[in-house]
Design a protein around this ligand. Structure first.
Ligand code: ADP
Ligand code: MG
Length: 246
């Protein structure tokens, strides 16, 4: 048996998940050291979103474990877990009928049980950090996609999570809006947030990730430092993928 090693932040251990007969995750292992950033790359349909959803317990795995600072999250109360693990989706998922401020205060009141005044204070602080202090009273539809995504990031960060999961956070954005969102992620990474970022932005992965993990057919086929994964990929399937996207 292995002994306990250095503090892992997030650890995915042999996670399996099938939808009916379709085995979507087939033994995923992934380590994100505390304070580290792991970018997950891989072809469409390889199980990247399903993996994130499993980590956040939007779906329960059939087998395997997800550990946060060495402790399984699978028995945690889901509400408590969603405070500890924040998630940002490709399509922002803001509530369209609420103001930006309300979108951020809602979870603060429901999950962190903050009183209104305190929730508003924290929300305004977070909006300021993503450069949207002036948009508190706007509705999501009045914002650009990039601004909406930054609201979604502020909403997740306001809960003070230990880990942030991003599922293709820039894939729905017009090209000129991508940079602003990646800038927020880069700052977060530099500030020591533990993050998993599913992305097709290879430049971002190369520059910001500590580890790049390549998923294919429900497993992490290869993982390592960006220079190694991009510079000298070992697996032929990873080489083929990189040939297509770079
Ligand atoms: P990726 O994010 O890498 O594109 P996904 O995790 O979204 O891949 O999907 C992996 C596979 O699982 C796909 O074949 C997809 O059709 C299937 N899948 C995802 N969610 C469900 C679901 N709720 N029910 C059935 N099949 C699903
Ligand atoms: Mg996906």
């Amino acid at each position: 048996m292995s002994t306990v090693t250095a503090p892992v932040g997030l650890a995915v251990r042999d996670v399996h998940l099938a939808f009916g007969a379709h085995r979507v995750l087939r033994g995923v292992d992934l380590d994100v050291p505390r304070g580290g950033t792991t970018c997950v790359i891989g072809p469409s349909g390889s199980g990247k979103s399903t993996l994130l959803r499993t980590v956040n317990r939007l779906i329960e795995p059939d087998r395997g474990d997800v550990l946060l600072d060495g402790r399984s999250v699978l028995r945690d109360d889901p509400d408590a877990l969603r405070q500890r693990i924040g998630m940002v989706f490709q399509q922002f998922n803001l509530f369209p009928h609420m103001t930006v401020l309300r979108n951020v205060t809602l979870a603060l009141r429901r999950l962190r049980k903050l009183p209104e005044e305190e929730a508003v204070r924290v929300a305004r602080e977070q909006l300021e950090l993503v450069g949207l202090a002036g948009k508190a009273d706007a509705r999501p539809a009045q914002l650009s996609g990039g601004q909406q995504q930054r609201v979604a990031i502020a909403r997740a960060l306001a809960l003070r999570p230990q880990v942030m999961l991003f599922d293709e956070p820039t894939s729905a954005l017009d090209p000129e809006l991508v940079k602003g969102v990646l800038g927020v992620l880069t700052e977060l990474a530099a500030g020591g947030m533990t993050m998993v970022v599913v992305t097709h932005e290879m430049g971002f992965a190369r520059q910001v990730a500590d580890t790049v993990a390549f998923m294919d057919h429900g497993v992490v086929l290869e993982a390592g430092e960006p220079a190694a994964v991009f510079g000298s990929p070992e697996h032929p399937r990873l080489r083929r993928f990189l040939d297509q996207v770079l």
